[in-house]
Design a protein. Structure first.
Length: 364
């Protein structure tokens, strides 16, 4: 386990027209692009180009070599309310196709309900013609908790569906909110999902239940498992493994947190429910995660890198021994609320979306 230096002296200076943060003569953070509009996610489509989703509705193509950025038109019917947590959310490139999660408005009335939806399109840098492959049911009148992280593993798509602020709906597997889903890339349900083998009352797409608002998901290249991060209420954020047919317990369990009025929710954990690998009380507003494997940072190899919104930090978790999980803060409150993290597919450098900026994290 590498013990990271967590006392940083940051110096902001102008270098060739780009803002750079120097981190204690070890690392540096460089702004690649500013003035993005509520960026939520990004994905590499090759070694030099990135697609960025903006919650406010645009999909942008950014070239990290020439610093050029352009918008790509699309046909998604997304929520445009600035007071909603919805909009365009996770974006994921796979086999020349773009998969995107978004908050879809159902109906044309002012207060029509909305839902977490997933669509796909062939990669076309002029226009992305999306078709829906999943829509969470039921639609709900709520601006909260869409979840929406996506990974594709062995040609199956896994996605988090938030419980829309409705608490115990996460225990009702006849409804999608508060679950992890697993579908084929055409939107149909795999015949080895829980509905078909052990949980016949569950909806066919549901793989696991009892989550609140997971906004981080990553495949480990080391054990081939899928890991998620989940927002608790007032405390009770966690990092854990996606497990078929299991139940993380929301809102029977409170994961160590309370309601926002400080009233009790329930115990941190009980036998019969999935136990998270690591909890945060008080909440750090855990967001995107990745399991690091790359050349640039050998000291991070095999560690979970955890980003956060409220805490504005990058943390590492060594969870190789589940009885002794070790956490370190790499940096904190230096680049704002961190929404997404990705590793460059070749050189292992780390990229972040934080506030309205795209950042590059590398060795000095």
């Amino acid at each position: 386990m590498v013990k990271f230096i967590i006392i940083f002296n940051f110096f902001i200076f102008l270098l060739f027209g780009k803002n750079v943060l120097s981190l204690d003569n070890i690392y540096k953070l460089e702004i690649l692009k500013s003035n993005l509009s509520s960026p939520w996610s990004f994905t590499f489509i090759n070694n030099n180009q990135i697609l960025i989703s903006e919650k406010t509705g645009k999909i942008k193509l950014f070239d990290i070599q020439n610093n050029k950025i352009s918008a790509i038109d699309h046909n998604l019917n997304f929520i445009r309310d600035k007071n909603s947590q919805g909009g365009l959310l996770d974006v994921y490139f796979y086999n020349d196709q773009i998969f995107i999660s978004y908050s879809e408005k159902i109906g044309n009335k002012l207060f029509s309900p909305s839902t977490t939806s997933i669509a796909k399109a062939d990669l076309d840098l002029n226009f992305l013609e999306f078709e829906n492959i999943f829509r969470a049911n039921p639609p709900i009148r709520s601006p909260y908790h869409f979840g929406s992280r996506i990974v594709i593993h062995d040609d199956y798509l896994y996605a988090s569906v938030g419980e829309r602020g409705k608490g115990m709906i996460a225990q009702d597997a006849k409804q999608h909110p508060g679950s992890i889903i697993r579908i084929k890339l055409d939107g149909t349900s795999p015949k080895d999902n829980p509905h078909y083998v052990s949980q016949e009352t569950w909806l066919p797409e549901i793989y696991q239940i009892g989550v609140r608002n997971p906004q981080g998901m990553s495949i480990s290249p080391f054990d081939n498992k899928i890991y998620i991060s989940n927002h608790g209420a007032k405390g009770g954020d966690w990092f854990g493994e996606v497990k078929k047919g299991e139940n993380y317990g929301w809102k029977i369990l409170g994961w160590g947190g309370t309601n926002y009025d400080n009233s009790n929710i329930g115990p941190k954990w009980l036998p019969g429910y999935t136990k998270a690998i690591h909890y945060w009380v008080p909440s750090i507003a855990v967001s995107a995660i990745t399991i690091y494997d790359g050349e640039e940072f050998p000291e991070f190899k095999g560690l979970a890198l955890i980003t956060s919104l409220k805490d504005q930090s990058l943390r590492s978790l060594d969870f190789s021994n589940l009885d002794n999980v070790k956490e370190d803060i790499i940096f904190k409150k230096e680049i704002g609320r961190i929404r997404d993290i990705k590793i460059h597919p070749v050189n292992g450098k780390i990229f972040f979306l934080a506030q309205d900026k795209l950042w590059l994290f590398e060795k000095k």
